[in-house]
Design a protein around this ligand. Structure first.
Ligand code: MSP
Length: 561
């Protein structure tokens, strides 16, 4: 309700003028989407080069968020795609002496392949060269014009083709480029070269939104996450923001969507690109309504926070559209603690490494070691360690130790046993019991923030304790006894181990969907019991009917060279 009132305020203050546009935009602004709808977005990738491991991380993180929302019973949508317009792409195609669209198609296909290779769950893949997108951008532009937020003006500033961004005098520095040994002017924030540009552009009245943007970030809960990025954005806003140049002369930039009604200008690539998040939900909604919009989480890298946490919400406010619920800005991957760069040769190819380590091992490594606030270092030794120690050594090993046929696990009796153990805890089980009982509640607030690596750390703490517990309680000795008490104790010990495997597998399900599902199959967890609600102690094996352990756990995480 509070969020709804806030959108109303934005819409009211934006004051639309045209009847038709007012009807469309107010409908979109006022409508709160169904509570069970969940929309996560990936950034759209530039098509000037092939995917690297940093791109793979962004895809996986968004996918984990989507799958986690699905486990909570939400109806989910994920957008993905390629960002194909702009000077950067135009120049890259020229350098390659290629027709621009076929150049884009070639690289766009690699990013589409990446979605499949990463096992991203049915992304709605968009290319900014799609006709549906052009219509959406033109509509969006006309709306801003109609609402009085676009004007024509002189613009001078430093432009970085690589960042597709203008910088002010204070945001650049003159220095020698170590790569070429030549003096030049560079953007301080990104380190990219800039060139002086003075031209007539269309401008967006960004400065009018400063106070509302500050209010949005300060009032909302974690709308820009993590804190380090939130503070960064607030400090930019408090220092003051200028109006934004939103077109380039057609003579310089041909590869883009022309400004409607003025063929001499091309729409700025970032305005074009940002609208993709609405296009995939059917914007401009002339004959329909938003279904998933606004996004619940927008996954972006830390280098593109300004575009998503300042320009994008201001554009939405101007258009009278609802704002995203959260911008989740992740840190970057380095290699050998250095920024990845093709010229240094320290970029990892995700397709090769998926082949080498197995998809789920790579997904787990990236989510576990990858930073939200802090950069992660991509070291292949570390991938092997995570595979050997965590996935094979803790998880699959525990599953194998407690599920051998010789131990006679009674899965059918486990639901009852789980309920009984809630009140009747043996002193030998207190520590593990406590950890299992708390696991979901402790992991949830971390998962909710996108801190999956930290949440999974808790699951592996539990697995370590469960492995210690099984060693100490020796089910392989208990099984030899004919004493009924020892036989009961055997089932209790096995229950704790299998419960640890079950809960850990459920927490791992969004991150390693294929392997976690196989583990859950192995321990006879019904498909209908793989929801977040089942990740509580004792909330498994409820479905009636015979259950049998499946073989094959030993081959789940085979030894890697
Ligand atoms: N096209 C823009 C995004 C437009 S969204 C409307 C863009 N593209 S990109 O291809 O350069 O980057 C795509 C994403 O990959 C960004 O979120 C970026 O932060 C991320 N990464 C690029 N290098 C990365 C690492 N080394 N590590 C982690 N993520 C990285 O920006």
């Amino acid at each position: 309700m509070q969020a709804c009132t806030r959108f109303l305020n934005y819409a009211a203050r934006a004051r639309p003028r045209s009847g038709l546009i007012r009807r469309l935009s107010t409908t979109a602004a006022l409508r709160e989407k169904d509570a069970d709808k969940y929309y996560v977005t990936q950034p759209i990738f530039y098509v000037n080069s092939v995917p690297h491991i940093g791109h793979f991380y962004t895809v996986v993180l968004a996918d984990v968020i989507k799958r986690y929302a699905g486990m909570q019973g939400k109806s989910t949508k994920m957008s993905a795609g390629t960002d194909e317009h702009g000077l950067k792409i135009q120049q890259a195609a020229e350098r390659a002496n290629r027709d621009t669209l076929s150049f884009c198609t070639q690289y766009s296909n690699r990013f589409r392949d990446l979605q499949a290779a990463a096992n991203a769950d049915s992304p709605d893949f968009i290319r900014t060269t799609d006709p549906r997108h052009r219509l959406a951008v033109e509509h969006f532009w006309n709306l801003l014009v109609d609402r009085g937020y676009i004007y024509k003006g002189e613009h001078s500033g430093w432009y970085s083709v690589s960042d597709e961004a203008f910088y002010t005098e204070l945001q650049v520095e003159e220095r020698v480029d170590p790569a070429t040994d030549k003096r030049g002017v560079f953007a301080i924030e990104s380190g990219q070269p800039v060139e002086w540009v003075s031209e007539v552009n269309y401008k967006f009245k960004l400065s009018e939104f400063r106070d509302r943007l500050i209010e949005w970030i300060e009032d909302g809960q974690d709308v820009v996450y993590p804190e380090i990025r939130r503070n960064e954005v607030l400090s930019w806003l408090r220092a003051g923001i200028d109006d934004l140049s939103v077109s380039r002369p057609r003579s310089r930039l041909k590869w883009g969507i022309p400004v409607p009604g003025d063929d001499e200008h091309t729409i700025y690539v970032w305005v074009d690109a940002l609208v993709n998040y609405a296009t995939v939900d059917g914007y401009p909604w002339t004959d329909s309504k938003p279904s998933f919009f606004p996004p619940d989480v927008q996954v972006v890298g830390k280098d593109i926070v300004r575009f998503h946490a300042v320009y994008w919400p201001a554009l939405l406010m101007a258009a009278g559209l609802a704002l995203p619920k959260r911008i989740l800005a992740h840190a970057h991957w380095t290699m050998g603690s250095q920024k990845m760069s093709k010229s240094k040769g320290n970029v990892a190819d995700p397709f090769e490494d998926i082949e080498r380590y197995g998809l789920d091992t790579l997904r787990y490594f990236m989510i576990r070691n990858g930073g939200i606030s802090d950069d992660g270092d991509y070291a292949t030794d570390e991938v092997l360690v995570r595979h050997r120690k965590d996935l094979a050594g803790q998880l699959a090993n525990l599953a194998a130790r407690c599920s051998s046929e010789r131990l006679g696990v009674n899965i059918d009796g486990f639901a009852v046993l789980g309920r009984k153990l809630q009140s009747d805890i043996d002193s030998r089980d207190v520590t593990l019991h406590g950890m299992l009982a708390e696991l979901a509640d402790k992991a949830k607030p971390l998962f909710d923030k996108g801190e999956f690596g930290r949440g999974l750390g808790l699951a592996f703490d539990v697995l370590a304790e469960a492995n210690r517990h099984i060693t100490e309680n020796e089910p392989w000795t208990l099984v030899k006894s004919s004493d009924p008490e020892e036989q009961t104790r055997l089932q209790v010990v096995l229950f704790y181990s299998l419960e640890a495997v079950r809960l850990a597998s459920l927490l791992l399900l969004p991150t390693i969907p294929e392997k976690a599902n196989r583990l859950l199959d192995h321990i006879a967890v019904d498909k209908s019991e793989r929801l977040w609600a089942n990740a509580r102690f004792g909330a498994g094996w409820q479905t009636p009917g015979p259950k049998k352990l499946l073989p094959g756990v030993a081959t789940l995480f085979p030894k890697l060279a």
